[in-house]
Design a binder for this molecule. Structure first.
Ligand SMILES: [Zn+2]
Length: 395
């Protein structure tokens, strides 16, 4: 099975002259005219907007056809995300900070210029082009070099203006082959007191989950605690700007830890033959969690969702597929007999079959089972026939 993986590389436009900056600013201004115009039709259908509005848009706006098309896509994305988050936001707020260029409207090349070898040329409208030198940080430069070696494909470029400075976001794509006949199911979940919990089930021995592991996330707790402390002290003086800067710093530090943990989970998965990762779909769970004790509040606001995103991306790069299952009562169901129990404390005790198990690991096993059922593995079949099935897969 193949899967597309995307990556965004951010670079800064290096000392552009005044004319270039003015041209970009003008283009940004022009660009949001068709975005707003498309938004007025209140449609999220590309086909509808294209067949009914495209000709008129071409007449109306002084932009490249390629830019008119990405403006339409931007309008659709804005409207979609607004509709999905309607409960939280009541007014559609259009962030007018970026222009999207597709493959037809930019070129990116490497020159022999020692200071800034990377040059981005954009066609802004039918007559106007600008060439901009781009600077990258060390990590970003490595990705760009990989792209020049054709390890990544260039897709779109987003020109972003932040606090008067122009940045470029190059979106790269790579097609990865992911394993489609897995031999180990790795289930990852949030734990009661841990950021993440993992357990593995091998196809060859489906009755015996192995190598349960916990990631406490204690570094993240420390970072959170520290910044909460600093903020409280600053709060009295109401230095809002400083508080905002601290928030950014905290976020970067937390993200860094999440990357480390995601890498560790991928390594964990790779110790098993042909792994596949499964997690619970996150939607309402978080809210339910929040109702629980105050004590856990800070911990449950840990960004597990972000961890999922990082993990999926990193796993895919290693050829590991990641699946999500709709799970119900994963923490209250006995993974051995299916009895839904009342759970208190850290241990899971089944009142029906007597199984005693770590509570978090039991939830993980249930998540693994949900995927195993979907893949037609033997574990949901009653115990006697299961033994027979396992024997078969061993031979
Ligand atoms: Zn039971």
């Amino acid at each position: 099975m193949q899967k597309d993986v995307q990556l965004t590389v951010v670079g800064k436009v290096f000392k552009p002259n005044k004319q270039k900056v003015l041209a970009l600013n003008r283009c940004l201004n022009e660009y949001f005219k068709p975005v707003r115009w498309y938004l007025d039709f209140n449609s999220t259908s590309k086909i509808f907007l294209h067949s009914n509005r495209y000709k008129e848009a071409k007449r109306k706006f002084k932009l490249n056809t390629a830019l008119i098309q990405t403006a339409r896509d931007k309008a659709i994305e804005t409207l979609k995300s607004f509709k999905e988050n309607r409960k939280e936001k009541s007014v559609l707020w259009l962030k007018q900070i970026s222009i999207r260029f597709d493959r037809r409207s930019y070129s990116f090349s490497k020159t022999t210029n020692a200071l800034t070898p990377y040059w981005l040329t954009l066609s802004l409208n039918k007559r106007e082009k600008v060439s901009l030198p781009i600077m990258f940080g060390e990590k970003q430069r490595l990705r760009i070099e990989e792209a020049f070696r054709s390890e990544w494909q260039f897709t779109t470029v987003e020109m972003v203006k932040r606090e008067g400075v122009w940045y470029t976001h190059l979106v790269l794509k790579r097609t990865i082959k992911v394993e489609d006949s897995p031999e180990t199911v790795i289930a990852i979940d949030r734990g009661e007191r841990s950021l993440a919990v993992a357990v593995a089930i091998l196809k060859s021995d489906q009755n015996k989950p192995v190598k349960g592991q916990f990631w406490r996330g204690s570094e993240i707790k420390k970072i959170r605690g520290l910044y909460n402390h600093i903020r409280r002290r600053l709060g009295e003086k109401k230095l809002l700007k400083k508080i905002k800067a601290l928030k950014g710093k905290e976020k970067r530090k937390v993200n860094q830890q999440l990357h480390i943990i995601a890498n560790q989970i991928v390594s964990y998965a790779m110790q098993f033959p042909k792994p596949i990762i499964v997690m619970e779909k996150l939607n309402e769970i978080r809210r339910n969690f929040n109702k629980s004790k105050n004590l856990n509040r800070r911990f449950h606001s840990l960004p597990f969702r972000k961890l999922q995103t990082y993990l999926e991306y990193k796993a895919n790069l290693k050829g590991i597929a990641v699946r999500y299952v709709e799970a119900k009562d994963t923490s209250r169901t006995c993974h051995r007999c299916g009895h839904v129990a009342q759970v208190k404390g850290r241990a899971f005790k089944c009142q029906k079959c007597g199984m005693l198990y770590n509570r978090d690991l039991n939830a993980c096993v249930n998540i693994a089972h949900a995927l195993m059922r979907g893949m037609g593995w033997g574990s949901v079949i009653p115990l006697n026939s299961q033994v027979r099935l396992n024997a078969k897969s061993l031979s």
